[in-house]
Design a protein around this ligand. Sequence first.
Ligand SMILES: Cc1cc2nc3c(=O)[nH]c(=O)nc-3n(C[C@H](O)[C@H](O)[C@H](O)COP(=O)(O)OP(=O)(O)OC[C@H]3O[C@@H](n4cnc5c(N)ncnc54)[C@H](O)[C@@H]3O)c2cc1C
Length: 539
Amino acid sequence: MLAVELAVGESEAMLPARSAQAIGIEPGHVLGLSIARRALDARRRGRRSLLKFVYHVDLELSASLRSPALDRALRAGRARIVPPPARFALEDVPSEVRARRVAVVGSGPAGLYAAWCLAANGVAVDLIERGPALRERSRAVSRFTRTRELDPEANLLFGEGGAGTYSDGKLYTRTTHALEAPILETLVEAGAPPEIRFDARAHVGTDRLHRILPALRSRLEAMGVRFHFGTRLEGLVLAQSGETASPRHVRALRTTQGEIPCDAVFLALGHSARDTIAALAAEGLAVEAKPFQIGLRIEHPQALVDAGRYGEARDPARLGHAYYALVAKPRSEGALGVHSFCMCPGGQVVAAVAQPGLLCTNGMSNSRHSSPFANSGLVVTLGPKEYGGDVFDGWRLQERLEAAFFTAGGGDYHVPAQRVPDFLAGRESASLPRGSCKLGQTPARIDALLPETMTAALRDAIRRFDGEIPGYAGEEGLLVGIESRSSGPLRMTRDPVARHSLAFENVYPVGEGAGHAGGIMSAAIDGARSAWAFLGRPD
Ligand SMILES: Cc1cc2nc3c(=O)[nH]c(=O)nc-3n(C[C@H](O)[C@H](O)[C@H](O)COP(=O)(O)OP(=O)(O)OC[C@H]3O[C@@H](n4cnc5c(N)ncnc54)[C@H](O)[C@@H]3O)c2cc1C
């Protein structure tokens, strides 16, 4: 793999020649080339934005080819030998492991890819999901937008595909793992665009996700996975003493549809199944408090962000709509840092809630990023020391703020909103700019709803971000909230190698709800890695 650059406007057809030049060989010696990663570098140098594409390319070269420039690039780390791609299926899985029946709870990315990896190795899987299959779920979501009646079991968080089903479908992650490639391959085979294999800002969008998920389900069913929709896990049935070597062994699940026997269980519950996680913790599942992110969502016209990032070179048709990832480090001891999170170009703000009486915002978009708005979470990280001493204090803080924002919005899922200059000055907005949230927005003093340290950190960060994207702190900016579930405040502790729970030898907590992932791809990888560990290949 080798890094090369192309200026905006230069054709990808130049990549073989540019790559050959970089390692001092003739273009004719490049037997094959594939793009491993493509990123648009939109960083600014002062007021100038020097746009360029940075590629990582995999070159096929003859094993006998010798080039001092290639040797130097390999030694300096500018090039590396690419290992063969990983596959889900492992060799030498013991037959007694293959013969086990596994229950996977949750059909989000962590559950789906745990199930995929297990089934690809011949293990029988029951996939249990409290919400409905996609078609019924979509009807419930449309009904919520129309009537504001929230179905606690079928919403933006619960149902086939999990929390990411209504999202931007961003597929990039800070986790790098060999399983990323085969996971992306399943998505391409199910209808995702092939560029997701290498695009540093790969996204699929809600519309495409809704075509991909049924295709994934068909593949899983063909591999023998049995789906149980509308089936909620309520508790664990432990083996009686003498039945197994260990008393901390689960032999069945207690669900709303009766007992489901299993030899092992994967908990891929997501971070919003507070009822289930509390019930399991009461039954002895080991959980600990962890840092989590909380803040607001900020929205601007997409054109303002495109102008700020691309400058005069802006041409969304060629470059796509601009994205940003901004960080404001704390300026003093005790202050909070702020970073942007889950930025959705051309997206819309949504209320991602499962419990009536609470409000939590997030962002989603379609594959074309076609809305005229750009939105992003702006969050601080709170550690257990900042939010309390008890393991459930993080949840309590989330719920207190989610209830306050629900009430401030009028108690019917309008999102409370404040223009950015009014948030900075601490006054209610006399009027609001047009926003993307289909549930509507209501003027509110959201600066006063947050703890003071958070408001102070957000004000400071927004002023600093205005230096990077002119107009960020201006009249066209709108703040809504609360953005409380970017990550969960609990971690289900597990053995670092065998990856089973520290409390139960055959329970595998995976994904975001277990506190081991923070997005679609990281959750999918976490689920598949734990499946590998279960099959006897810890990594
Ligand atoms: C609106 C929105 C937009 C997002 N956008 C992005 C994005 O663009 N990119 C990105 O990387 N991440 C995004 N995320 C975050 C991403 O969706 C999550 O990180 C990811 O889905 C976590 O995967 P998971 O499998 O761990 O859990 P989840 O996806 O939350 O899945 C958990 C599943 O478990 C089920 N479940 C819960 N309790 C039970 C029970 N008791 N019995 C049976 N089933 C149960 C739930 O119904 C759910 O389907 C977004 C999230 C939201 C809400």
